[in-house]
Design a protein around this ligand. Structure first.
Ligand SMILES: CC(C)(COP(=O)(O)OP(=O)(O)OC[C@H]1O[C@@H](n2cnc3c(N)ncnc32)[C@H](O)[C@@H]1OP(=O)(O)O)[C@@H](O)C(=O)NCCC(=O)NCCS
Length: 187
């Protein structure tokens, strides 16, 4: 296998470019990470300063250098705007498993953009890392993410009861996964 951590793997789909994030994307990423409509859905507080977003981008770049995770910005080819991001993290390559995470600016919701990006990343990760499974872990109430996962073929494997504490409530977290054999047979 060519090492995908040597040169960042730029990808593209019909409507999207998937590229490595950089500090030049600070403002666009801050617009997403500081929006509570976005961050509430995964149970995190929004960013409250550019510095916080800058520190976070630097961490993502370090994680790539340390071969721990990959983080793509999603560029909408039509207007060249950053629509959001998608990441492969919590990678355990000995077991050939990784988790996927994603978020979009609300301007880009309900256009099928994340489904297009997600399919591309699943294809790429099964092919490149020979993964056996890709996981995703939405929290209770995140119906858009759950719909996206189920539409893409992920299956619910279990519920971690009251796993996330957010805004004074304990929320369940759902464990979804798609297996290589399900993806390649199109089940
Ligand atoms: C999760 C999230 C990325 C889902 O975004 P989304 O736009 O609903 O997802 P998709 O890309 O799958 O788009 C599907 C919707 O676009 C619609 N759509 C419009 N044009 C489409 C097209 N050309 N192709 C496919 N779907 C299209 C679909 O009908 C569907 O609408 P529906 O959900 O009402 O049925 C978004 O809600 C988000 O960023 N949330 C905040 C962050 C977050 O929760 N991340 C996940 C943590 S686990």
């Amino acid at each position: 296998m060519n090492d995908p951590f040597l040169v960042f793997p730029d990808l593209e789909t019909d409507r999207l470019f998937l590229r490595q994030i950089s500090l030049d994307d600070l403002y666009a990423m801050y617009e997403i990470k500081s929006n509570p409509k976005v961050t509430n859905q995964y149970g995190r507080e929004p960013h409250s300063s550019f510095i916080q977003t800058e520190t976070w981008i630097r961490l993502l770049l370090d994680n790539f250098r340390d071969k721990e995770s990959l983080y793509w910005k999603i560029i909408n080819r039509e207007d060249n705007r950053i629509a959001g991001s998608i990441t492969l993290w919590n990678m355990e390559l000995e077991s050939r498993v990784a988790e996927v995470g994603y978020e979009l600016h609300p301007d880009f919701w309900k256009k099928g953009i994340m489904q297009e990006a997600l399919k591309c990343i699943i294809d790429w990760s099964f092919e490149t890392f020979k993964l056996n499974r890709v996981e995703a872990c939405p929290i209770q109430g995140n119906s858009s993410s759950i719909k996206l996962l189920e539409r893409t073929g992920f299956k619910l494997e279990g519920t971690l009861k009251e796993r996330v504490h957010f805004h004074g409530k304990f929320l369940d977290q759902y464990y979804y996964a798609i297996l290589r054999k399900e993806w390649s047979t199109g089940e």
